[in-house]
Design a binder for this molecule. Structure first.
Ligand SMILES: CC(=O)SCCNC(=O)CCNC(=O)[C@H](O)C(C)(C)COP(=O)(O)OP(=O)(O)OC[C@H]1O[C@@H](n2cnc3c(N)ncnc32)[C@H](O)[C@@H]1OP(=O)(O)O
Ligand SMILES: CC(=O)C(=O)O
Length: 524
């Protein structure tokens, strides 16, 4: 057979701490995995809980374009017939063509965890697979703890594998269940195993030594053809091998064909879909699929990437649906800024090298004072405008005031802003839940008759970070405000020892940026 991908996000992924998928989540993830081109989707363990049973009932009514859904279970319980074990019967009832059985390969586990004689474990493997094969099911065999078992007692570990092979398992999946193997051990043990069994081999690696992907690729180099893992590496303890790394590595580096080029471009969206459906926060630094995977910050890197992206990128980001990004910070050189200005819609010819140098200097100075522009590009654009374009703001602020007044259990906040807009003096007051909300309301109230579309924008996130906590309530704070209209969102920054001032600066930038964009960055 060609190489096969096997996703266990819905089973082993759910064993990760903090992961709890609803039935609907599981069905939606299965749909996306199928579209992506995964060969086997392990839907769950029907004998474990009603949700997993429901999954298989619902999955029977779904049309999958490509994937086989598999149902998972242990071998039969000790000292009973497979035909009488409720777990095994639920597999038969699950309506799938493929089942995955895990069994003990490590003698220590047989005696300590199962607490049965070594031969009884062998019988459990044989009976279970024989029974399932007789029911017309294809069996994928997960040899739990195979590598540890082999290190401890190679004869016994191989005997369990032979039992599964003889009973008709389609593929023997060697599991690094405790996740502590090294690639060299995986290679050596695979080389020995190949001398004893003829059945196709697979790998299921856990990530406790941060080597699950490396171990899976080592297994590939030794002939494994079946790769188990999860999206984003979710799973028990430190997780499973990450299919979002295994698949592109096999496809782009070993030139194997696992999914189509178009499907591979859906890898990043798949990662985000699964992570967000699992109600987790996507990690920026995930290889291939993370937001930072092709993000360049150091000036040296950006300078080279502008000349040829291969200088600091191991693959083209587009191949996996990702994109190149450049950050501007205190580590930037003129290349970062040029890249960013162009990306943001500026005409580079408007900026001489001298202007760029001056702007970089200013960014570095401000970052030293606590600003962080990589997460606040809208404020960066305004900085560029203010420095160089003879920039005239859309309004002039004369002053603002805010106060909070406690009456019994309620604290009441109000703000007053005096400003000039389009030559007209405005003096407005507004209330709010707190002083920042009152200022936000007041500022918008002052602008709405001049720029009615401002009602399309709203503040969607407000973050405060204390920069020098040792100074207690006199500490400097960094406020980041995310604002959105119907189509996009943008982030602005304010830094001050006064939280109201920092918030006000970030608020002003948030609206001013929007007005500037509406005005075509001044190029209209
Ligand atoms: C390596 C892996 O990730 S394997 C998958 C692990 N995943 C899970 O455990 C999640 C789903 N599990 C469950 O819902 C429950 O544990 C169940 C329904 C399977 C079993 O629940 P319970 O009957 O209450 O047993 P419990 O979980 O306490 O213990 C597991 C039992 O399975 C037995 N067992 C463990 N591995 C195997 C095996 N490969 N074959 C047969 N029995 C096994 C254990 O010896 C233990 O038996 P005991 O009850 O006689 O001591
Ligand atoms: C089967 C499985 O999940 C493991 O051995 O880790």
């Amino acid at each position: 057979m060609g190489l096969k991908t096997y996703d266990t996000t819905l089973r082993d992924g759910s064993q990760g701490e903090g992961v709890s998928l609803s039935l609907d989540d599981k069905l939606r993830i299965a749909r996306q995995l199928d579209r992506f081109g995964i060969d086997f989707i392990e839907g769950g363990w029907p004998g474990s809980n009603p949700k997993d049973e429901d999954f298989f009932r619902e999955a029977q009514n779904m049309e999958f374009e490509h994937a086989e859904i598999t149902a998972f279970s242990s071998t039969r319980r000790a000292n009973m017939k497979a035909s009488e074990d409720p777990n095994i019967l639920k597999l038969v009832d699950s309506g799938v063509n493929y089942v995955t059985i895990f069994a003990k390969s490590w003698d220590f586990h047989v005696t300590e965890a199962l607490e049965v004689p070594l031969q009884e474990n062998i019988d459990m493997i044989t009976d279970t697979i024989n029974f399932l094969r007789a029911k017309g099911l294809n069996v994928i065999y997960d040899a739990e703890h195979f590598f540890d078992g082999y290190v401890n007692n190679p004869e016994y570990a191989l005997k369990t594998l032979k039992a599964a092979e003889d009973a008709g398992a389609e593929v023997l999946v060697l599991c690094d269940t405790n996740g502590g193997m090294l690639p060299s051990q995986v290679r050596e043990i695979m080389q020995e195993v190949k001398k004893h069994v003829k059945t196709d081999l697979g790998i299921h690696a856990h990530n406790d030594g941060n080597l699950a992907v490396a171990n899976s690729l080592a297994a590939y180099e030794e002939g494994a053809v079946h790769f188990q893992g999860t999206v984003g590496g979710l799973g028990e303890r430190c997780g499973n091998a990450d299919l979002c790394s295994i698949i592109p590595s096999l496809q782009l580096k070993y030139e194997e064909r696992l999914v189509s080029d178009e499907q591979l471009k859906q890898l990043k969206p798949l990662y985000f879909f699964v992570t967000e459906t699992a109600n987790l926060i996507p990690k920026n630094n995930m290889p291939y699929v993370g937001k930072s995977a092709f993000t360049h910050k150091g000036g040296i890197h950006v300078s080279a990437v502008r000349k040829n992206p291969n200088t600091y990128e191991h693959i083209q980001p587009e191949l996996v649906g990702n994109e190149r990004r450049v950050l501007v910070s205190e580590l930037a050189g003129k290349s970062n800024l040029k890249y960013k200005l162009k990306e943001l819609g500026f005409k580079l010819e408007d900026f001489s090298n001298e202007m760029i140098r001056k702007l970089i200097k200013r960014v570095k100075k401000l970052e030293n004072q606590g600003y962080q522009f990589e997460g606040a590009e809208a404020s960066l654009i305004l900085l560029a405008f203010r420095e160089f374009k003879g920039y005239k703001s859309f309004y002039e602020i004369e002053d603002f005031r805010t106060y909070s007044n406690n009456r019994g259990e309620q604290t009441h906040s109000e703000a007053v802003v005096k400003m000039t807009v389009k030559g007209e003096k405005v003096h407005i007051a507004a209330e709010g839940d707190g002083p920042v909300n009152a200022l936000d309301n007041c500022f918008r109230k002052a602008l709405v008759s001049f720029y009615p579309e401002i009602t399309e924008t709203k503040l969607i996130d407000y973050k405060v970070r204390v920069l020098n906590g040792n100074d207690g309530t006199a500490a400097k704070v960094r406020v980041l405000i995310e604002t959105a209209d119907l189509e996009k969102s943008w982030t602005t920054i304010g830094v001050s020892t006064n939280i109201i001032q920092a918030s006000w600066d970030a608020l002003l930038d948030s609206i001013e940026y929007w007005l500037l964009i509406e005005d075509g960055l001044g190029y209209k």
